[in-house]
Design a protein around this ligand. Sequence first.
Ligand code: GLN
Length: 492
Amino acid sequence: MTDLHRLSIRELSEGLKQAQFSSRELTEHYLKRIAQIDPKVKSYVTVTAEQALAEANAADAALKAGNAHALAGIPLAHKDIFCTQGIKTTAGSKMLDNFISPYDATVVAKAKAAGLVTLGKVNMDEFAMGSTSENSYVGATSNPWALDHVPGGSSGGSAAAVAADLAPIATGTDTGGSIRQPASFCGLTGLKPTYGRVSRFGMIAYASSLDQGGPMARSAEDCAYLMNVIAGHDAKDSTSINKEVDDYVANLNGTAVKGLRIGIPKQYFNVAGLDADVKARVEESLKKLEEMGAILVEIDLNMTEAYVPTYYLIAPAEASSNLSRFDGVRYGYRCENPVDLMDLYKRSRSEGFGAEVQRRILIGTYALSAGYYDAYYVKAQKVRRLIQQDFLKAFGNVDVIAAPSAPTTAYKIGANLSPTEMYLGDIYTLAVNLAGLPAINAPVGFDKDSLPVGLQLIGNYWSESQLLSIVHQYQQNTDWHTKRAAIAEENA
Ligand code: GLN
């Protein structure tokens, strides 16, 4: 079969169960596409062909024996921030270029236990800091819709791999938008779950109070399948919540769109940098939801102006602390011929970390230092609480909140925005992480340059089923999620 890469997760699952094709064939099909097409996209940092074929054989045996999980034998790609035992995990950094993890992240272990086949590890901004994936030490990844554009970031490799049909699904992480924004730039569906829903164990930390893993796929239905595998309590992550996990697939039609109250924050649609095409596509998608029976309600989110400054204090502060472990001593990059211990620390860190990571370590260290801690860090934490309260108040009146995922479509590679311009592009995604809420991106059309536009829906805590269900029903009534980039149409 030449078109296995066009099948949805449900179709793959059924095809494997009915032995229309084997996991081995499916895996070989994807590996062939990666070998032929990925040199143009550069989404993979490491391809684990040998392991993938062994896992595919094991899945085929389980399928034959009739005791396989629903997703057994289906390939996926992991963001290179998830530790994978025996396989390089770089987090996009020279610092970890030689790092082979001795253990699997819980997300990786769960995917393995379900019989999913790991195709490899995909590119990302260094330590998940960025919005273009250009901050990776291995270099930029291309957006499958326009190869001279970025796929977004930091989970840009995950987005590009799925959008070019080089993996049917991928894992991503979202600290301030890194699942939703690349999903938006690449025309995908991506879910950032409630903080604590997916284990962070073995997921290399950027900003621990904000980091959350989640699925990136072509549709809400595909995301639901992967959520069923990765969600759940984990004793190894103290911030993971011990709360029953929904069956996200069974709930795909569980939320009534008729009568659903969708909040439209006034402040969000008056943001200076909001592109006219993005605004138009998002408004059209909301009109469609209205036709399907939803009620659009204008709401206020008065803290909007505080999102960027608050996040860009708290995230770097936590990063400066998390990244202090990379000192060249036990693992990771070590400078040549250190003269003494201080020289070892200094040079290993200045040679091992890229410019954006160093910028954030400096900002974060400053914000946490004696004399500035109260003025910056403590104040930012107080504002964070106000941002959360703003959302909770809004959820007293509406079921979900709608927004663009990003004010623009994908940037050109090398556009070289200043850090401030880059940070302002995160305006629509940051608050969700500051409040710990779940949110989803769904593709809703294209701009004048044929680049994808995304709609973001933000839900109350633990509303993952609701968000997936709304987007699923929207996708049953529209076909934006079925559009493929030209490169994805190429046969290997
Ligand atoms: N773009 C944001 C940043 O640079 C968010 C990144 C993320 O979610 N990991 O921090």
